[in-house]
Structures are given as C-alpha cells and as structure tokens.
Ligand binder design. Structure first.
Ligand code: WQD
Length: 344
C-alpha cells in the first residue's frame, strides 16, 4: 500500500510542485488547503502532470475539530509536509494577529494531534529570513538567528522554536526543518506555477508580468548596496528542485535514515545572483526586453544572502540542479500559459 502524506497548503505555489513530486515518487497525497491564496484549478494541473488527482479537503487548519476528523478518517497518514501559512511580509506588519494565528496556531494544532494520529514525522517550511543579514556568506545552518524584521519572519522563527521544544520534550515524532532561499520558476509542463494575488511583491513574477506588458516597468529597489553592481543579491532556486528536496526529506523521516529527531537544512543553490544579473539573464533567455528603473531601496531588504547548501548536499543527498537561466525560462513559459488561459 502507498504511504499516505498530508500536505497542508498543497494547492499553493511550492505545495503544488511538491504534491507532483510526491505522487511521481509513489506517495499518496491528501491536501488540506483553505484556498485563501490558491485556486481549486491547481488540482487539474497536478492531475494533468501526474495522471492522479490527490485527495483534497478544503479546510482551515485553525479548525482543530475538523483536523481531528481528517486524522480519524485517514488513520494511515504517516507524514506531514506543512506549507500552509500566510506569507506576505508587508501585510504581516499591519495584520500581525492574522499572521500569528495562521502561522502559529495551525502548527500547534498539527503537533498536538500527531501523536494520537500515529504520524511519524513532519517537514516544516521555513525561510532564510531567519538569518537576517548574515555576518558570514555563504550562510550555514548554524549561523545565528537574527531578530526578525516582520511578524511574518518572527512567525517562522517561533515555528522553529515550537518544533524544537516539542521534539526535545520527547513527543513521539521526528522533524526536518527546511530553510528555503528564493524559490522561482514553474513546472516544465507549465501546468502549475506561481499565481500572485494582485500586484506581485516578489521579483520574478513582477519581471514576467512586465515582460508580458501587464506592468509598465520594473522598479529595481536600490543600486547603491555594497555589492558588485549595487543591487541586492539572493540565491534563486528552481521550485521543482525545492519540491524534490521535500520528497527526500519525507523519505528520510519515514525510513529512519537518521538517528537525529530534528534536522535543519538550507535549500539553495549556493550561488548569489544580483537583481540586475537576474534581469539580464531573463532577457537573454527569453529574448524579451524588460523596461526598468532604479528606485529607492525597499524597507527591510537584506543586502545579500546566499546559501551554503553543503549540509543538504552531503547529509540529505539532495542538490539543486537547474540553472537560473532555465528556471527563468520556465517562469516565462508559465506566464505565457496564463495569458493563453486569459488569466493574466
Ligand atoms: C528579491 C530581490 C528586492 C521586487 C521574500 C521574503 C522571504 C521569502 C521570499 C516568502 C530583492 C528585489 C523585488 C521588485 C526589486 N519568503 N526586488 N523589485 O525579499 O528576498 O524574500 O520572498 O514567502 O521571506 O522576504 O524576495 O522576490 O521580494 O525580492 O528590485 O519589484 O528583488 O529588493 O533584492 P525577498 P523578493
């Protein structure tokens, strides 16, 4: 019988790509999502790619009674991958309670119910935001955690602490925390991808929408940073590479490959790319010009951060494979598909 995995936030951007990879690897998937930042049509995309429609339950994870019912009717859930969370950094500043409720109470509900449900492990979506501006680059997992700059960032730090305290208290499950750098791109089939609500806050959807003519021009937030070309540097990772790391992590938890009850891994390529470099790579790969202007720095931006992925490479046995060029091309193909469908 196939091992059953609960994927919370499974119709979201990273969640949907992970569901595809889990199904391709032979897992049976149950998605719980409240569709607050995704649409039901994502299930069609997943089905087209994998020939299998995952079980879908529309529910808010704050509904603990509902969650308990899911565990009773699917008594064979062995692992959880927990993506569901609110993730707009700016919004979190003026709606902190929404962020703490959605990002913390939901985790508490899952952890509370796992022992009785017999769930053996949980993979948690964390972020490189926990490092703030690291003193040493590339950043390793034992770099100090810096004070968070937003309720969103703080919620990820608190989530990590809650998981650590729960594991050390001896609750009968294991966990892997994955700290993502900047996920971009879309599935090569262009059946699923990122679908931002309103004006995109993240760089790559803004670039593809500008290239499509939906936005007039890209604003590059600052060219006076202490970096070679003055723009900020990030570690951009293909979302499919990221999704595959989750399959490796859940395999590791469920087959007891490690004695450790809690492990933390950076998921990045190890390559730092500036905003202006990313833009010129996009233009080179797609042949489409993107109008842009340099504007003021964005408040709260980190100057430069990229991963040391050695721990994930050597211990998890996972490495990011896609180049930033092919990743940007996949994002552009997805944007073109959205246009064909009349969505954007
Ligand atoms: C990347 C670079 C901008 C938009 C955020 C969250 C993080 C994570 C991923 C989320 C920066 C520049 C951007 C634009 C620009 N988690 N930029 N013009 O800020 O690294 O990380 O998203 O879910 O927690 O903080 O990503 O894509 O917003 O920005 O110049 O219109 O692009 O200044 O240097 P960021 P991003």
């Amino acid at each position: 019988m196939k091992t059953k995995i609960l994927v919370t936030g499974g119709t979201g951007y990273i969640g949907s790509h992970t569901v595809v990879e889990l199904q391709n690897a032979g897992y049976e998937v149950i998605i719980i999502d409240n569709l607050s930042n995704s649409t039901i049509e994502v299930l069609d995309g997943i089905e087209k790619i994998t020939n299998k429609r995952p079980i879908f339950i529309q529910m808010d994870l704050n509904d603990k009674v509902g969650l308990q019912q899911v565990f009773s009717s699917h008594a064979d859930i062995k692992g959880i991958i927990h993506f569901a969370a609110s993730k707009a950094v700016g919004e979190s500043v003026y709606k902190p309670l929404l962020y703490y409720r959605n990002n913390i109470v939901t985790l508490l509900n899952l952890l509370d119910l796992m022992p009785e449900a017999g769930v053996e492990g949980i993979v948690f979506s964390s972020s490189c935001t926990v490092y703030g501006q690291p003193d040493i680059l590339p950043v390793t997992e034992d770099a100090p955690i810096k004070p968070a700059l937003s309720p969103y960032g703080n919620s990820k730090q608190i989530n990590e602490e809650i998981i650590r305290d729960t594991i050390y208290a001896g609750l009968p499950f294991k966990s892997i925390i994955l700290r993502y750098f900047n996920p971009i791109g879309a599935h090569p089939s262009a059946e699923i991808g990122e679908l931002p609500n309103g004006v995109p806050q993240n760089l790559v959807p803004f670039i593809t929408q500008t290239a499509m003519g939906i936005r007039q021009e890209l604003s590059v937030f600052g060219d006076d940073y202490n970096t070679p070309d003055g723009s900020c540097i990030r570690d951009y990772i293909h979302v499919v590479d990221l999704a595959k790391a989750h399959v490796t992590a859940i395999d590791r938890l469920l087959t007891n490959k490690s004695e450790e009850r809690l492990e933390i891994f950076n998921l990045g390529t190890g390559i730092g790319v500036s905003v202006l470099e990313l833009l010129s790579t996009f233009e080179k790969e797609t042949g489409v010009k993107v109008p842009y202007k340099i504007v003021e720095r964005r408040e709260g931006d980190i100057e430069q951060v990229w991963a040391d992925p050695k721990h994930a490479n050597e211990v998890l046995g996972w490495t990011a494979k896609e180049s930033v060029g092919s990743t940007l091309l996949s994002a552009w193909n997805w944007q073109k598909r959205l246009r064909e469908r009349g969505i954007q």
